[in-house]
Design a protein around this ligand. Sequence first.
Ligand code: URA
Length: 221
Amino acid sequence: MIKSDAVSRYLEQTKDLYGDQLFISLANESSHVDSSDESLDQFFDKINQCQKCQLGQTRTNFVFGVGDPNADLVLVGEAPGEQEDLQGEPFVGRAGKLLDKILSAIELSRNQGVYICNVLKCHPPNNRDPLPSEVEQCESYLIHQINLIKPRLIVALGRVAAKTLLKKDLPLKDMRSIKHDYHGTPLVATYHPAALLRNQNLKPAAWEDFKWIRRLIGESK
Ligand code: URA
């Protein structure tokens, strides 16, 4: 027998994640309120037709995320760019290539120990910043991805991702070098790789951040 407060909680969470669609597993009784054995692929299947905000109308692809489903490290950018929208994968443009090089310098890669995604899953036209209303609709997808992956560390890439996740309107320099918390998982903020392409002078500080990130993942094992 399922208690009614558990049912209400389940329905509220489901509404947050999936809008008005209701998914019920008929596998066995104990799985009715427990989605802990859901895979990332199953979650993607449930949400990739999302039309909760206007970006659903303009996107080419729903850019869910890529990488190791058991990653220790989740990297979060702000939103897919043009290339990402076309290819359906986060960080595939020039900034993504630099990100891959940085990861390789700390002996990680997007397929091994790392998962890469964005706060928004759809490309905002003209690369504008995410709107608060879009973040409000989309952030529960990110939270659920993180709950499924259970990483040791989250890294927010750039000021927009950091301020959106931390709900603090601060310059990046005031959010760097601090271990924050995001729904129970440690989070640190560093430069967006596109900022490093624009300003080479930021690279030494970013390199210090990534060496620290490597140590933080190691320490938590
Ligand atoms: N910038 C981001 O923040 N995310 C991407 O996926 C690509 C560029």
